[in-house]
Design a protein around this ligand. Structure first.
Ligand code: B12
Length: 367
């Protein structure tokens, strides 16, 4: 572009010709079909595309202000970033929502929630997002991306709903028509548009309230809203201190995580196929609560390595196992429970004393 230049001086309003900015080249939109194919090749089962419009912060803020995040202090940080992806990836044009299913066979029994019995889903998502990113860079080597799973700066369920993967149900989880809520999610931001975006998914819970009524600890103050303080998942994974007395009976049949609000959901039909094989159970998930409580620290480390269960840490896991023994009055756990009453960890010793009371010995824990 040469117009407006003084032919004598070769200058344009004091600017030399070679300083005239080159026209900004707007990259062509990516073909969504090709990005989807790349995501499938990277072994993501569900893939969708949303425009990066900011999220209304009212729900998140009122959730935080009500104390529903319990002591997950990190949830109070970078709130603005989680609501507006432009702050995370300047120039963002597309949010790619991704999901990997983890449904386990109906007959499989474990005290560990099904998403956590095998390989840690964070690793599965990270490995696959790396593969996807490499494939996208082959399509366009100058593309910028931001990818995260779980604790990153993104509201994953909201993006999944906007990208058409499913809807956020009354149980507070993303539900897909075919695969139910047995999904783990991640997102990838791109500074490139795609040619076709997906439509936000419609809500299909209707009048059903099975999850709200089925939660044994009343963790839903309203549909779709989870009070972590009352949620057995939070108590058994994130809380490292003593579990409130009134919630302990909820540990019947569970040591890590909870999925009652998924088990009762009519969308989680028995026909849903078994999920990704990375979630096949590891030996830890076959142990009884007594065996779990009895693990030495090196044994625990070896058995939990590479699984999401590691997040509970050694003492939190043994505390949970003792609460399960006490909650279900499991006499097979009597011996280990007696022994752990003197454990150096205060949280473990206190849980053991409570369990012993439930088993008919010692003080506390009785009806
Ligand atoms: C904090 C957290 C928790 C907390 C709080 C749970 C919660 N529902 O918020 C605790 C520790 C309790 C938890 C438990 C579990 N979690 Co969790 N958790 C998260 C995390 C890190 C952040 C969620 C968040 O921001 N919560 C705050 C609230 C306000 O945000 P939100 O729920 O997204 O809220 C939006 C909507 O709900 C909507 N909204 C508000 N009001 C209403 C009302 C109605 C009617 C509706 C429909 C929507 C709606 O507005 C909000 C946005 O402004 C996400 C990962 C992520 N980055 O998103 C994983 C995540 C949600 N967890 C996950 C899983 C698997 C679980 C468990 C099943 C694990 C287990 N088996 O024990 C349980 C399920 C408990 C439950 N019913 O939610 C998966 C869920 C996958 C899915 N299918 O949706 C995620 C996405 C992790 C992942 N990467 O896969 N989790």
């Amino acid at each position: 572009m040469q117009s407006g230049r003084d032919p004598q001086s070769g200058r344009d309003g004091g600017r030399t010709a070679w300083e005239i900015p080159a026209p900004v080249e707007i990259p062509r939109p990516l073909e969504s079909a090709r990005v989807r194919a790349a995501a499938r090749a990277a072994r993501f089962t569900l893939v969708g595309f949303a425009r990066p419009d900011p999220i209304d912060g009212a729900s998140l803020r009122s959730w935080l202000n009500a104390g529903h995040a319990a002591d997950m202090d990190w949830m109070h940080r970078r709130v603005e970033d989680r609501l507006d992806p432009e702050r995370v990836l300047p120039g963002i044009r597309t949010v790619v929502a991704l999901a990997i299913p983890y449904r386990r066979p109906a007959g499989e029994r474990s005290r560990i929630a099904s998403y956590a019995r095998g390989r840690d889903y964070h690793y599965a998502h990270r490995d696959r997002m790396k593969a996807l990113r490499n494939a996208l860079l082959e399509l366009d080597p100058t593309m910028e991306t931001y990818a995260c799973v779980d604790t990153g700066r993104a509201m994953e369920k909201v993006w999944a709903e906007r990208a058409g993967l499913g809807w956020i149900g009354k149980n507070g989880l993303l539900i897909n028509r075919e695969l139910g809520s047995w999904l783990t999610l991640s997102v990838m931001f791109l500074d490139r548009a795609v040619d076709v975006y997906d439509q936000p998914h419609e809500q299909l819970c209707g009048a059903c309230e099975r999850c709200l009524k089925g939660c044994p600890t009343g963790a839903f103050p309203s549909p779709g809203v989870v009070d972590a303080r009352l949620c057995l998942s939070y108590q058994s994974i994130e809380n490292k201190g003593p579990v409130p007395e009134k919630l302990r009976r909820g540990f019947v049949g569970r040591v890590f995580g909870c999925e009652i609000c998924q088990d009762v959901c009519p969308w989680n039909t028995p026909e849903i196929p078994v999920g990704d094989r990375r979630f096949e159970p590891r030996p830890l998930s076959a142990l009884s609560p007594a065996e779990m409580a009895d693990l030495t620290e090196p044994e625990w480390k070896a058995l939990s390595a590479g699984t999401a269960v590691a997040r509970a840490q050694y003492d939190g896991f043994r505390r949970n196992a003792l609460l399960a023994i006490g909650a279900q009055r499991d006499l097979g756990g009597m011996e280990v429970t007696r022994r752990l009453c003197d454990d150096p960890s205060a949280v473990v010793a206190e849980a053991a004393r409570w369990a012993l009371g439930r088993l008919g010995e010692g003080r506390g824990g009785g009806d």
